[in-house]
Design a binder for this molecule. Structure first.
Ligand code: SF4
Ligand code: SF4
Length: 69
């Protein structure tokens, strides 16, 4: 199954990925990262691998999408 990985300490908590995900599988963590933001986190299931979150995120190293070929 596709999934995403959020590199927490690169996330600035802008919420663009949360808003754009058509499957609604990204949320904000309750934790604070080393930049002082609530980072995005994967809810754990339901990702379709569409990559919209990756292409929307302004931080180049914050989101990785894992897809099967
Ligand atoms: S790849 Fe698509 S479905 Fe998966 S978390 Fe990102 S926006 Fe949502
Ligand atoms: S779009 Fe990127 S920087 Fe913004 S909340 Fe999502 S992972 Fe964090």
């Amino acid at each position: 199954m596709p999934s995403i990985e959020v590199h927490t300490d690169h996330c600035k908590g802008c919420g663009l990925c949360v808003d754009i995900c058509p499957a609604n599988v990204i949320e904000f963590s309750k934790e604070i990262n080393n930049l002082g933001y609530h980072p995005a986190q994967y809810k754990g299931e339901g990702c379709t691998g569409c990559t919209l979150c990756f292409y929307t995120c302004p931080e180049p190293d914050a989101i990785v999408v894992h897809r099967k070929d």
